[in-house]
Every structure is written in C-alpha cells, then in structure tokens.
Design a protein around this ligand. Structure first.
Ligand code: AMP
Length: 462
C-alpha cells in the first residue's frame, strides 16, 4: 500500500515538533499572563453545534464540514473551528454559573475544513485561540486585540498590521443589511451563485466574496459606519482609543466582515508583512459576538464574548521563512558502549542519567566508534561517554566534550561531578523576550549598553 496521507492533510514530523512547541509555549504563556485557562472541547461535536452557532450562511457550514453519521446514526462533525465547541462546553458544564466572569479560555489543537488545498491551507490544521465569555466590555474587546499582537510579537513577528472594523449591534446590522440588499438587488443576476445564497441568508457575507467581479462590486457598496447607532459608534471609537493608548498600530478596514455568522461589534484581523512591507495575509482573525451562550440554552443576560483564532501552520511557515531555525531535540549525552558487557552497563547508566535530567541516548545496534561519533553528531550531543572492557575493569568511563574535543578518563564515582562541571556553563537562561530558549553561554547577546535585546535564536534580529 502506498504511504499516502489524506488529500489536504500533512504530517507533523519530528523536525516540525520544535516549531509547534515554540508557538504553543509562547501562546500559553501569554494566555496565562492575560488570565486565561486552558480549554479543549472534543474534536467531534454534534453537527447542530456548528450549524446553530458558526452559522448557516458561513462557507464553513455550507461547504467545508467533515460531517458523517456515527454508528448510532447521529450526525457528528469534526470541528471546523473552536468557538462553537468552547461555548457549548461552557454551557454544558454551567461554567458561566460557577466561574468568575468573564470566563477566559485559550485553546490549541487541530481543526478540519474540506477546503481546496493550496499553499498554507490544509484540510487538517492547527488553531490557537482565545474566548472571553460572559462580559460585555469595550476594554475586553481591546484586550483581545492587544493579546493577539503581544503573542505574535513575542513569537518574532514584526511589522504587523492590525485591521479593525465594527459590524455594530443588532439594530445597526439590520439597517445595514437592508441597505446592502437594496444596493445588490439589481446586480445579483451577474453575481456568483454563493452570493445569491448570501443575499438571502446574510448579505454582509457578500463583502467577503473572493470572486473578483463580486468583490469589486462590494467596494462601492454602502459602508457599515454610515448605519451605526450612536451607541455602537461610540463603542467602536472607545475601542480604537484604547488600542491607540496601548500602542497598537491599527487601520480601520470597512470591508472587513469575517467569515463566521456569530460576529457582531468589533471584528479584527492581524496581517503579517514581508520585509519590503507587502501584506502576507491574515495570521489570525476574530471579533466580538453576542447570542452564542443562549444558542446552547445558556443565560441571555451575560451572552457576550470576544475571541480570535490563529492558524499555526501559517505562523510557522512565515517564521521559518524569516529565518527562525529551531533544533530537533538535541541530546546532552551520547553513550558509546564498546562490547557486550559495556552495552549492558551503558543501558542502565542511560536510565540513571535521564533520571538526573540529562537528554541521553545510545545506539541500539552495536557498531564501530567512528559510526557512534557520526550518530552523536547527528543527534547534536554535547558530550560522549565511551565505555569498553578496560573502563569496565577499572570502573571508569571516557568523557569526551564534543564541542572542544577534550577527552579524559574519570572514575565512575566522579562522573556526576564531571558532568555537572561540563554542563554548568550551559545556562538554561530565560530570554527577556519571553522565547525561553536554552541559551549557551557566549551565544546570547544582550546589548546592555545599547539598551537593546538581541536573542540568540536569531529570530528577533532585524
Ligand atoms: P477563521 O477561523 O476562519 O477565522 O481562521 C482563523 C485563522 O485560521 C486564519 O487566519 C488562518 O490563519 C487559519 N486558517 C483558517 N483556515 C485554514 C486552513 N484551511 N488551513 C490553514 N490555516 C487556516
């Protein structure tokens, strides 16, 4: 059988692992700093969860869901996004009644969409995101944006463009919908089939149409800002003023509507750009929503939320493109047993060293010393421990520093002290930029005099 993966999916191989860990680690740390706790709803939900919240007019629900009947005849769907499942979980567990409000939850995991596979777009992809639910505050909306910008900044993105818009409250949106319908009504015959459905279900979605002709028509359509109630307008400008004070560089994009039906009020995207300032598309998108808790039978009086989701593969591809290079689990120590007896000793020594916190491995097929050194190099080991008959006889071991090539024979009883000495110069040092790499002494460069911080991961350099 051919080892082919399902169309549109991709394997995360060990060499990709450090990048996923990097994004997850920074995202989790920022989440904790902003007071968010982890949540993870199941991949499988009843189909209704998405139909009733993500929305019948969204492309996701109409065309992209992996939906099937389980063996009990229940229609289930593999989550195409997290918000619906997260809210369903909050209502199902009555978290809104027991937790402090707003409930702040962050997530990280795979999502599934039957989309046309293309560069950076997969049918199974990872999303990292947040939801803050149960409070209605322009400050909370602004906080979600600054959280997103902070997380991306710490991952190493610079020149971020924050695009914001408001979809207004229900009253504003109803007036705007009517205005859009009046504008598009006579243009509809020349528009795509999807837009016909959007016209009926949610005319705002027409503005998101990717068909060039329809997109062009959308550019001259009435603008949301002209249909906002005074209250909705004030809220939007309040959020903008908080963002400005927080130092977030934003631009108002009145064509931004976002692809999911539940958004109302603030919507935003954060775009990355190339070194010469070209937009490389949305790294994340989100916004404010009302009415999701009650869609699952939750309370109406606190039925508000704000959140965003970022596409992890996309972030990783861009970070790699910008020069981020992370090693795949480099070893501290590689053991080199020469002979049967030595092999047994090394096997048990490996366990002792691992319990001491060292990253250790040994060959699982006996070979020559030259081959062992090649393996040690491939695994990024810093120290080799070599044991043969003579060392066993004298209860010693050869310790070779693979960085300096210095080698000495030490009594087994002195091995812990020798290793402590060898590894003490390699300081696990927390980088001020929050990226938490292991920085070896001499490689980290904090330029105190300049008041600047350069991280040895090369990732934060200009
Ligand atoms: P959405 O849930 O549609 O708002 O998407 C949020 C983010 O997830 C987007 O900004 C993308 O970065 C990412 N994303 C959405 N769909 C895909 C996909 N099919 N493959 C990879 N990333 C995706």
């Amino acid at each position: 059988m051919n080892p082919i993966n399902v169309k549109g999916t991709h394997d995360i191989l060990p060499s990709d692992g450090p990048y996923f860990a990097y994004v997850r680690e920074i995202f989790s740390q920022v989440a904790q700093v902003y007071g968010y706790g982890y949540i993870e709803p199941p991949v499988l939900e009843y189909t209704d969860v998405f139909v009733r919240s993500t929305g019948e007019s969204s492309d996701i629900v109409r065309k992209e869901m992996y939906t099937f009947d389980d063996k009990g005849g229940r229609s289930v769907t593999m989550r195409p996004e997290f918000t619906a499942g997260v809210i369903r979980a909050m209502v199902g567990s009555k978290l809104y009644a027991t937790a402090d409000l707003p409930i702040k939850a962050f997530y990280f995991g795979p999502a599934f969409r039957y989309e046309r596979p293309q560069l950076g777009r997969y049918r199974q992809f990872y999303q990292a995101g947040i939801e803050a639910v149960g409070a209605d505050s322009p400050y909370l909306d602004a906080e979600a944006v600054v959280f997103a910008v902070t997380a991306l900044g710490l991952m190493g993105f610079h020149d971020l463009k924050v695009k914001v818009n408001t979809l207004g409250g229900q009253q504003s949106r109803a007036a705007y919908r009517e205005a859009l319908k009046a504008y598009f009504a006579d243009k509809l015959p020349e528009m795509c089939e999807d837009c016909h459905t959007r016209f009926e279900l949610n005319p705002l979605r027409i503005l998101d149409c990717k068909v060039p002709h329809d997109h062009e028509l959308g550019l001259n359509a009435p603008k949301m800002k002209d249909y906002l109630t005074e209250e909705d307008e004030k809220r939007f400008y309040d959020i903008l003023s908080y963002l400005a004070t927080l130092g977030v560089d934003y631009e108002v994009d009145d064509g931004l509507v976002r692809g999911l039906d539940y958004y109302g009020g603030l919507v935003f995207e954060v775009h990355g750009s190339t070194k010469d300032g070209q937009d490389i598309g949305a790294l994340l998108g989100g916004g404010h929503y009302d009415g999701l808790l009650s869609a699952f039978g939750g309370p109406e009086d606190i039925d508000h939320g704000v959140g965003f989701a970022m596409g992890v593969e996309r972030l990783i591809a861009i970070l790699k493109d910008q020069g981020l290079s992370l090693p795949e689990n480099d070893l501290d120590i590689y053991l080199m047993p020469m002979g049967e007896k030595a092999y047994e000793n090394c096997f048990f020594l490996a366990q002792d060293l691992r319990m001491g916190g060292f990253k250790v491995d040994l060959p699982f097929k006996s070979g020559k010393l030259g081959a062992y050194f090649k393996k040690a190099e491939k695994r990024g080991a810093k120290v080799a421990l070599i044991a043969g008959d003579s060392e066993i006889e004298h209860d010693t071991i050869q310790v070779k520093n693979l960085q300096t090539q210095e080698q000495r024979e030490v009594p087994m009883a002195e091995l812990p002290a020798t290793l402590d000495e060898l590894f003490s110069v390699q300081d696990d040092h927390e980088c001020g930029c929050g990226c938490h790499h292991d920085h070896e002494e001499g490689h980290c460069c904090h330029d105190e005099a300049e008041g600047e911080h350069h991280c040895c991961c090369h990732h934060h350099e200009e």
